[in-house]
Ligand binder design. Structure first.
Ligand SMILES: *Cc1c(COP(=O)(O)O)cnc(C)c1O
Length: 387
């Protein structure tokens, strides 16, 4: 048994204790730490395109709510299967240029379900060292031998494949855009290795879907690689502004997962209203490309403000901007000072990131206007230089 009191005390002492921030949400881009507190700009949201409050998903959700009620009532394979689910799967498959797609309750559930469905204890997995916790947990749960390669290092990946592949079934798992570092996987190289060595490849596009490529299909599609991966997954809870997740691939792979992925089989289907909101959001990716243009314009304003404020570090290629501080307590202190000046960004600490790399992670969304972003970038640059 864990000593619960000692554990909490130790976490507190190490600056690692997690606590709910107890926020209020006056609008899409602002949070308050108490009902009467001042508004803080929200740099921690992944609602990149602002779709959680866009009128079309709102109307679609309200319509589904009044038509079908608040919950699906059962798992898909029981009586929880709705036409809305199948329509959303078809729309996601088209978006991701795959034959078929399957919905899951969340991205976490997708990764812990599909990885153990694909590989077992006689198989091997090659995963990027910075893969998301849900991928890591899926790998553990599968019982397969996990070999982790240095972040985005394809030479290391190839070396590990040569040494450990043998005649075994092998799965490579990467993210296309890394959630805590905001950097991009060398997808073409990974695809080449997967083909050369006959491995399967799963790509997690949680943070890239909606943002990159024509129609916001993601980085795989943007690089013309959609047809050369076995499986791509993503969440509906980030740029699509809803909740839930999907995996897309060949029809027979989806049929296989429907039979084998336990987090799909034994879990209640997505609520109709969230499903309808996600479906409207996928439609918007094609219908309103200016949503993406607006986001990238905002990202540019934020980054150039940081640079003008004297930040020398590279700010990366995406809407996720990490500023590494190092020490856990220093990161917490910086987050606290920024709050006092109206900027809300969570300090990200181990084990979410490697030890000694505590950071503040800023994500830019369409909820923040140009003036917000200029003002915040100046404040952030000033406070960071005091660290
Ligand atoms: C957020 C995230 C997930 C989990 O998705 P949820 O729908 O939030 O459970 C999975 N993978 C990556 C890379 C993520 O960033």
């Amino acid at each position: 048994m864990v000593d619960i009191a000692a554990y909490l005390k130790r976490q507190q002492k190490d600056g690692r204790l997690r606590q709910l921030p107890e926020l209020e949400h006056p609008d899409g881009g602002r949070v308050r730490l108490s009902a009467a507190g001042p508004d803080l700009l929200d740099f921690s949201s992944n609602d990149y395109l602002g779709l959680s409050r866009h009128p079309l998903p709102l109307v679609a959700a309200a319509d589904a709510l009044s038509r079908y009620g608040t919950g699906a009532g059962a798992a898909r394979l029981m009586s929880g299967d709705f036409a809305l689910h199948r329509e959303l799967e078809a729309a996601l498959a088209r978006l991701k240029e795959q034959e078929a797609a399957l919905l899951f309750g969340s991205g976490y559930l997708a990764n812990v379900g599909l990885i153990p469905a694909l590989v077992g204890r006689h198989d091997v997995i090659f995963g990027d060292r910075l893969n998301h916790a849900s991928i890591h947990d899926g790998c553990q749960l599968s019982g397969a031998r996990l070999h982790r390669f240095a972040h985005n290092d394809c030479n290391h990946l190839e070396d590990l494949i040569k040494r450990h592949r043998g005649g075994k079934e092998a799965l490579i798992v990467v993210e296309s855009l890394y959630s805590m570092d905001g950097d991009i996987c060398p997808l073409a190289e990974v695809v080449a290795l997967k083909e050369r060595y006959g491995c399967r490849l799963l790509v997690d596009e949680a943070h890239a879907t909606g943002l990159f490529g024509d129609n916001g299909a993601g980085l795989l599609a943007a690089e013309g690689l959609a047809h050369r991966v076995d499986l791509v997954m993503g969440t509906l809870g980030k740029a699509l502004g809803s909740y839930g997740a999907y995996v897309a691939g060949e029809q027979r792979l989806v049929s296989f997962l429907l039979n084998r992925a336990r987090s799909f089989i034994f879990s209640t289907a997505l609520p109709p209203a969230s499903t309808a909101a996600a479906l409207a959001a996928v439609q918007l990716l094609a219908d309103e490309p200016e949503l993406r243009r607006e986001l990238w314009r905002r990202v540019e304003i934020f980054k150039s403000g940081l640079t003008r404020g004297g930040i020398k570090a590279g700010l990366g290629p995406s809407q996720i901007v990490p500023l590494t501080v190092g020490d856990n307590q220093a990161a917490l202190d910086l987050a606290q000072r920024l709050r006092q000046r109206g900027v809300y960004a969570a300090a990200v600490r181990p084990p979410t990131v490697p030890a000694g790399q505590a950071r503040l992670r800023f994500s830019v969304t369409n909820h923040l206007d140009h003036d917000d972003l200029s003002a915040a970038s100046a404040i952030i640059a000033t406070e960071l230089q005091k660290c």
